[in-house]
Ligand binder design. Sequence first.
Ligand SMILES: [Zn+2]
Length: 334
Amino acid sequence: MTEDLLKRIEELEEQNKKLKERLRKRNNHSVIKTKKKDIVKYWTLLQDECGLSVDWAEAHERCWRCGHKAPLQRCHIIPDSLGGKDEPANLVLLCSRCHIDAPNVESTTFMWDWIRANGTAIYDTFWSLRAQKEYEFVYGKSFAQELIDRDIVSDYDLRLFWNLKIGRSVHHFAHPWNNESTDAGLLKMRLDEFDKNHPVINKKSEAFREKEKEFEYFILKVCDIAKKYNFDVWEGRSQNPHSVTVSSWIDRNKKNRISIKLFKGNIYKACFTDEINPNRNKAKDYVIELGTQESAIKFLNKELEKFTNEYGMKEKQKYVFTINPIFHLRDDEE
Ligand SMILES: [Zn+2]
């Protein structure tokens, strides 16, 4: 059965190849013979990488216009159909999206002017910057200003913002990427969702922001330790900010739940708790004074090690709920 299927797949692939070849001949597309590495070599000597979206060291794998890592296509400077030659001097490397946007004119210089005008300083920001431009075009206000007005300025708040659940988007048929208006629409939906959840903006104080930053760093370390001992992690939200509970359950008699909370003056306190959700704890529950972040980490390491030595380890982590989405364990891993 499996063998038959594999054989059929092979046959179909072969048919596919022939069909594509026939289509190519019918469309009369000439095959470009110039090698990509020769195109890179040629332009590296002639064009200064300063001001481009791509560093020459990565020009074989990043698009020269947008700087994103993507399969690269050889794009004619003067189009093939206008007599442009198949040689390094008449070719640049672009991703498929930029290839469609690229100019098709009988000019030897405009392609490079266009590529340079599109230069962005930081990798992988080109398309999000385009979306922001489109947003500004529609609303007459910069997206950055929209964020500032909502006090979304720290890494912490930005992560929360990007993690908001919003409506969906799709691609137009045969366009395997979002166009700029779609991306701009997604920005608007994100702002709308934020506004729905925050009818009133209370600007955070500098001191609160510092605390947030301190705790975010702590959470990174907590996640590392929890992963090592297969403990679950749950970070507190607005009901119990700057708190986290790590827990393990092997059976009714072999369980451990430790919650740690950051208090004023950067003092960490802990408690052993029945709750796996730190949002159900009260500030007064935290009775064990730990002191600095360093001591809190030491305490956690020691407790998890002690528990593991005594009762062993749960097979795997079940969940990691943190405000930083990077650390979330996905449900489909269950
Ligand atoms: Zn590109």
